[in-house]
Design a protein around this ligand. Sequence first.
Ligand SMILES: [Zn+2]
Ligand SMILES: [Zn+2]
Length: 503
Amino acid sequence: MNCRILVKALLYLLMGLLSASLAAAEIRDGQLWLEVLLASGNKIEFASPNSTEPVISVSEKNAPISRVFTGRLSIELFNTDKLAFWGFLNRSEPWTSQPEGYLAEKFTWQDSSLVIQKENLVFEETTFPGLDSARRYAQETGIPENQIRSLPLINSTVRVTTDEGAEQYFETPLLIHSDRPVYIGGIQLGFAGDFILKSVGGKMVVNHFIPLEQYVSGVVQNEIGNDAPMEALKAQAIAARSHAVDLLLYNRHQNDGYDLCSGTHCQVYKGEYLLNDAVREAVQATSGEILTIKGKIAPSLYHSACGGKTESSVNVWGGDPLPHLLGVTCIPEAQSYDLSQESQARLWIETEVSTSGLTSWEKGALSWEKSIPRQTLAKNLGLAYLSRIIINKRGFSGRITDMSFIGEVPIRLTSEYKIREAFGQAKSSFFYIRGPYAVNDDGSVEIVPGGTVSIKGKGSGHGVGMCQVGARRMAAQGVSYREILSHYYPGTSISSDWMRHAQ
Ligand SMILES: [Zn+2]
Ligand SMILES: [Zn+2]
């Protein structure tokens, strides 16, 4: 064991004693450290993305056992049959130093700050190896199923196997480190640095353990493009950072063993993929900055291209109107159109707007056409045939948010996403169907489709919050990131003093 590894192992031991738990996020030196899920399963491989052999150190979090491996590693859960992964939560109470349960952490927002609140989870004594057996027990005993939790498991055994066949056993949680990028769990993206491996809910999870700023710099370029003008990159960095903090407050992965997942469910995180100096500079220049409104975090949703105006969050997800997400004009020429009206929506979709200086994906998002056989549309809706299409409602951006399809039964879709899916993954639901239409007394629009349903639209994505094509355009015109953000999220402020230590 070399000196560096020994020091590291001792440090981890100390950290383990201090937290004595599966503590996830923490605030360290003014930085919020997060666990971001990279891979999960019963067997996870760590491999080199090129011919250089990765050098990977594996240490137990709660003991000074550490080993350095060279080359490909395979990590397997070993004694799953002997382990209980599921239990029933009896109660959660404030954390004390001598608890009888498990430490759990929860994010809350108090007095304009993010707080990591420690809780003590007390479980019923009966535990289960599988989710099915826990559910059966719940049904038999009348315990509500929503009390089933994955147990915060420590000391389950994993077997680490190298290509040469060497084997070593470790107890979870593990701290894994690689200076060089490694492929993890078959994902063809290289990740470097610190990883945490745990067993949760009958399988292992491998998380990237990184500061929030590093997380943001693994999101920005995959969202707005690493070629975007600097002020657009900065605006995207703040939107991504605020969205991440907002997601943390939902605590929706609290029971999964990590803080954020790396897919679209949370925000797509790809590590250093496409990361360049411009993105690093944008993240650095806006370090710690998030959007707030009246002392609360402002949900900062964003999308590829609005198509003219942005959409109200209420029309897309329901809920209460949010004053900074009601929809704004993005392309100035769209201002005079009432896009909630069929005729005006059609007129605007037919209006050509300047595409000079736009990349091909921007042009494709700005204006598009597609056609789908009527029979395929019917099939996508689960219908044998389709005789009429009714547009019940268009939102502020012109997106269709409520649509009926009349076949052997009526099918009603009230989600822009489902409407896009039905039309074969249309880029947005801001489109019109070519051909004649009639407006009914109640304002709904009726269409009798031909053999091929041909549609023409503008925009890409849900249309709520910041429009990335619009942000790029504003930045290219010399608008600052602060102005871009206050345009798309009116009434919000930028705050950078919002982190507080665990209580
Ligand atoms: Zn997620
Ligand atoms: Zn736009």
